[in-house]
Design a protein around this ligand. Structure first.
Ligand code: FES
Length: 147
């Protein structure tokens, strides 16, 4: 049995300890905001927050997540939208939206560490892939959220 916290709730998974965190969240907890894109740690669609760090959950097993505090996009903004989400709305960042939860989680973790990141830092940190190619808008929106 693997135990950790997801979105402020204690969870126990009776799954193979090698199960990727992404699949435990999606299939066992029905938290489908984190997406499966590549499964190899490259695209970032599966990004969630683990102990304050943006983590690609397709590459972390639930055994590695034991005892951690996990936040998914569903838990990021319980009562009102996160400033990143508001900025994404204001700047019309979202197109198809598939990659957006992972981008928002990556950007939120960045802003917690660095409340006023430079454009270069944003580009270096938010390496999530977006097939719609909204990169310029998402950088502007993250800068807006930081203000
Ligand atoms: Fe995890 Fe692409 S699905 S990085």
């Amino acid at each position: 049995m693997t135990r950790f916290t997801v979105n402020n709730q204690a969870v126990e998974y009776r799954l193979d300890p090698a199960t990727p965190l992404l699949w435990a969240l999606r299939d066992a907890s029905n938290l489908t905001g984190a997406k499966y894109g590549c499964g190899t740690g490259h695209c970032g669609a599966c990004t969630v927050d683990v102990d304050g760090r943006a983590v690609r959950s397709c590459r972390m097993t639930i055994a590695e997540a034991e005892g951690t505090v996990v936040t998914t996009i569903e838990g990021l903004s319980r009562e009102r939208e996160h400033p990143i989400q508001l900025a994404f709305l204001a700047d019309n960042v979202v197109q198809c939206g598939f990659c957006v939860p992972g981008i928002v989680m990556t950007a939120a973790a960045l802003l917690r560490r660095d409340p006023d990141p430079s454009e270069e830092t944003i580009r270096r940190t938010v390496t999530n892939l977006c097939r719609c190619g909204v990169y310029p808008r998402l950088v502007d929106a993250i800068r807006r959220a930081a203000r």
